[in-house]
Design a protein around this ligand. Structure first.
Ligand code: SF4
Length: 215
């Protein structure tokens, strides 16, 4: 088992946050009508990507009926549609489609992780849940010298800097910081509240993905 598999194996067995354990399992058992014939994952969602990768993306947390259903980061929901389309346009993902763990999706030279590996109610993990999960992020950050890190959303931006022992500059879409030798880039999270409202457009996401991919 390599370091990536070992970390993921530990993550997927984790039950540190009682509220999230209850929520992820409740969602998996009750399901959404559109997915009532599917077997939900209902567990912590592991990091996804290329264990040799030098670029990292850190999201917030799995969506209840997205990654909590499919078991793969940003898979099976609108946020993932946006993210993987952008990664495909940038040449990082081999396809734009991300619907299940068996859909053939691969990413090159990149790992996709999250601040919190379990789906939280209302997509809002509590500070103590983020703190519980920070050990996995810290180990991921320490395990290799990442060339570039794309932080999706304010919480990711702040938490990644915290784990690197660096003060986060003010969050803004396209903000950058250097924590030598890593280049950190901020993006609005591709959640529906940003993409439906036009706060985040595909052109804006492409611009930060391009900056991240070319670092
Ligand atoms: S959020 Fe993280 S720390 Fe909490 S139960 Fe899930 S994997 Fe464990």
């Amino acid at each position: 088992m390599n370091w990536f598999e070992a970390l993921n194996s530990e993550i997927t067995e984790c039950r540190r946050c009682p509220r999230l354990v209850e929520w992820r399992e409740k969602v998996a058992s009750e399901k959404r009508r559109a997915f009532e014939n599917e077997l939900y994952w209902g567990r912590p969602v592991p990091c996804f990507g290329d264990p040799q990768g030098t670029r990292l993306i850190v999201g917030l947390a799995p969506a209840a009926h997205g990654a909590n259903r499919t078991g793969r980061m940003f898979t099976g929901d609108r946020s993932g549609d946006w993210l993987y389309r952008a990664l495909h346009r940038a040449g990082i993902a081999n396809q734009a489609r991300s619907v299940s763990v068996n859909d053939g999706l691969e990413v090159c030279d990149a790992v996709i992780a999250a601040v919190c590996h379990c789906a939280p109610p209302d997509n809002k993990p509590t500070p103590s849940e983020i703190s519980n999960c920070s050990d996995y992020l810290a180990r991921l950050l320490r395990h290799r010298t990442w060339r570039s890190i794309l932080c999706l959303g304010l919480i990711s931006w702040n938490q990644v800097h915290r784990e690197l022992g660096s003060k986060a500059p003010k969050f803004a879409h396209g903000a950058e910081s250097q924590v030598d030798p890593m280049r950190l880039i901020a993006s609005y999270h591709p959640s529906q509240q940003n993409t439906f409202t036009g706060r985040l457009t595909e052109e804006m996401l492409d611009a930060v993905v391009k900056a991240w991919a070319s670092a």
